[in-house]
Design a protein around this ligand. Structure first.
Ligand code: 5GP
Ligand code: MN
Length: 333
């Protein structure tokens, strides 16, 4: 990483306008890593702008700096202007430009890009690739960049909160495969910055709305098991979402409940998009070695990590489920 840090410092010196962008439907790691590096740049005396393609779920509303974010869908002209004036763009928590939707079309060849990400198979668009698929969150990579820059002393409570948040959410609260002793070492360092880890946990996981719990109930009540494939799946239809006053983020994490069953190692949930008719968003989670990302990429135009991935299907939800069962059988054999 040392060589890349030298290149990064050179670029930071040469650049006047910095922007930080992340993927569509930003999650804890996307927002955490973007705001962590935003606050870090501020500590270095550098101004930057954070842009997300669309709004984050409301359970992230308390994160330091969240009110500084420009949401492309809310004001496309403003965000486009920021992008076109940037001489250096940081792409956080994704490695394929199409993951930021319309916003990706505003990036031009003249824009220099630095990728900071932990997904597999990075695209080739960046001048520096901080791409580390074995690391369990982009936030952990941001910490490593700060550490390798010899600037750990600049990590304050705000930066530590943002980094801890993304590490926690992308590791299923420090329980997934990718977690190792370095992850805990970093978490331990962050706790020394006076962050309240139990508050962060409660704000993310224990401030549910009734609509969220009702949707969870709906999904669990239609859970199906495919015993021979050690698989479960659930679904939520547009009506289910509308009936329970669905809010963005309400369906996050439901897929994990399927995985909590004994002898199950793969779980999926199919969710009809509220706005885009005919679009089904699918989430996959697994235990052990079942590669969710490979399955999502080969069959549902998606990707992600070995134990957590997503994808989509255009058509009826019934057909998405039929395809899922068929492809799973093939995949398993
Ligand atoms: P989720 O199920 O929470 O939407 O997504 C889990 C993980 O899968 C995300 O962190 C992201 O890395 C990845 N992912 C989700 N949807 C997509 C997609 O459409 N394409 C790709 N390449 N990755 C996705
Ligand atoms: Mn991530």
């Amino acid at each position: 990483m040392e060589k890349k840090i030298i290149e990064l410092n050179k670029l930071l010196e040469q650049s006047k306008k910095l922007s930080i962008i992340t993927h569509y439907n930003p999650d804890g790691d996307a927002i955490g890593s973007s705001l962590a590096i935003y606050h870090y740049f501020k500590r270095l005396g550098l101004n930057s702008n954070v842009i997300t393609p669309n709004i984050h779920p409301s359970f992230l509303n308390w994160i330091p700096g969240i009110d500084q974010i420009n949401i492309y869908e809310d004001d496309p002209l403003k965000s486009s202007k920021i992008i076109s004036e940037s001489d250096l763009i940081f792409t956080m928590d994704f490695n394929s430009l199409e993951r930021c939707g319309e916003l990706s079309k505003k990036i031009k060849d003249k824009n220099k890009i630095v990728m900071i990400d932990h997904h597999q198979v990075p695209e080739n668009y960046a001048v520096i690739n901080f791409s580390y698929p074995k690391i369990s969150s982009t936030c952990e990579i941001v910490y490593n960049i700060i550490e390798n820059s010899g600037k750990l002393n600049l990590i304050n409570k705000e930066i530590a909160t943002c980094i801890y948040l993304g590490m926690m959410t992308d590791t299923g609260s420090f329980q997934y495969n990718g977690v190792n002793s370095k992850t805990f070492k970093i978490a331990s360092d962050l706790l020394k910055k006076d962050i309240k880890q139990s508050n962060i946990y409660n704000k993310i996981y224990n401030e549910n709305s009734i609509s969220k719990l009702k949707l969870l109930g709906k999904a669990l009540s239609n859970l199906k098991i495919i015993k021979e494939s050690k698989t479960t799946y659930m679904y939520l239809k547009r009506d289910n979402l509308a009936d329970s006053n669905y809010e963005k983020g309400d369906t996050e994490g439901i897929v994990n409940y399927g995985l909590s069953l004994k002898k199950i190692e793969f779980s999926a949930i199919f969710i009809e998009d509220l706005e885009k008719k005919n679009l089904i968003k699918i989430s996959f989670r697994s235990k052990n070695n079942f590669p969710c990302n490979k399955f999502a990429k080969e069959n549902f135009d998606g990707g992600g990590h070995i134990n957590a991935a997503g994808g989509m299907y255009k058509g009826k939800i019934e057909n998405a489920i039929l395809k899922f069962k068929e492809k799973l059988k093939k995949f398993k054999s």
